[in-house]
Write a protein that binds this ligand. Structure first.
Ligand code: ADP
Ligand code: MG
Length: 252
């Protein structure tokens, strides 16, 4: 089971969009995929299920020790499942502050499940206890980056945190790949992309996802981008990205 944590301590950098579309893409390629939503904003939960009325959520797992299998729900896409988030996860930093083994709650929860090929963990826009849980529970990190502002400024904090976790908590935390997104073909986008490639080298996927309104529309309409607008530049890019992920992960 490959567990990817999609992390970037900034908000609005396409963590959720990339998690959801990779999830759909991998499931449509025949893999069994679980999306774990650790962000209290619950954006990926909403975009997959269309509501936030779930009786049990990841909060019950992390705070009350409920079994992961008891909160996992199917989506409309065969092969794609979600462990939903809820707004009460916003108190997780406080509630988990003195819990023993608080950094490994998600690791323990995921160790109970076996029947998925890929787990994709969507994370909040900060480096609090939930993101640390995602880092420790994952086999690899995927870093989504928006080519909109000078993206590398925030990245150094992310890299420092990852380095500290490697040293202090005995995790290897490899970067599986960096996804450049929101390319609008401006001079700024090109400059940021060059800087990202210079910094991360061939960890950066060849596929650069363009800014494309269909991506946002599909997300808002609780639709799968690959059905909603299969010929859009956004869908085509995500399809190529899924192929790159599969090539890297499964070496085909
Ligand atoms: P994060 O999870 O990092 O906060 P989101 O995935 O929610 O970021 O993306 C931020 C916003 O950008 C959302 O409104 C989303 O719909 C939009 N978005 C993401 N990717 C694209 C894209 N390729 N084209 C256009 N809009 C996008
Ligand atoms: Mg998000």
């Amino acid at each position: 089971m490959r567990v990817f944590a999609l992390c970037n301590n900034k908000g609005g950098v396409t963590k959720t969009t990339t998690t959801v579309n990779l999830g759909y893409g991998l499931a449509r390629a025949g893999r069994r995929v679980l999306i774990v939503d650790t962000d209290a904003q619950s954006n990926s939960t909403y975009s997959l299920l269309g509501n936030l009325d779930q009786e049990h959520t990841l909060f019950d797992v992390l705070i009350h020790g409920m079994k992961m299998a008891d909160v996992i729900l199917p989506t409309k896409q065969p092969g794609l499942f979600v462990a939903p988030s809820s707004i009460n996860l916003s108190a997780a930093d406080l509630l988990m502050a003195s819990a023993p083994g608080r950094e490994r709650k998600l690791t323990r929860a995921l160790s109970q499940i076996k029947d998925f090929d890929y787990v994709l963990i969507d994370t909040p826009p900060n480096l609090g206890v939930l993101t640390v849980n995602a880092f420790i529970a994952c086999t690899d990190v995927i870093i989504p980056i928006a080519l909109t502002t000078y993206a590398l400024i925030g990245i150094s904090i992310l890299e420092t945190t990852m380095e500290e976790l490697r040293e202090n908590l005995d995790v290897s935390l490899p970067i599986f790949g960096v996804v450049a997104n929101l390319d609008d073909h401006t001079r700024l986008s090109n400059d940021v992309l060059s800087a990202v490639r210079h910094h991360f080298g061939n960890l950066v996927f060849d596929t650069v996802v363009p800014r494309n309104i269909k991506v946002e529309e599909a997300h808002n309409q609780i639709a799968c981008l690959f059905d909603y607008a299969p010929n859009s530049t956004g869908a085509q890019a995500y399809l190529k990205l899924v192929k790159e992920v599969l090539d890297r992960a499964e070496g085909s």
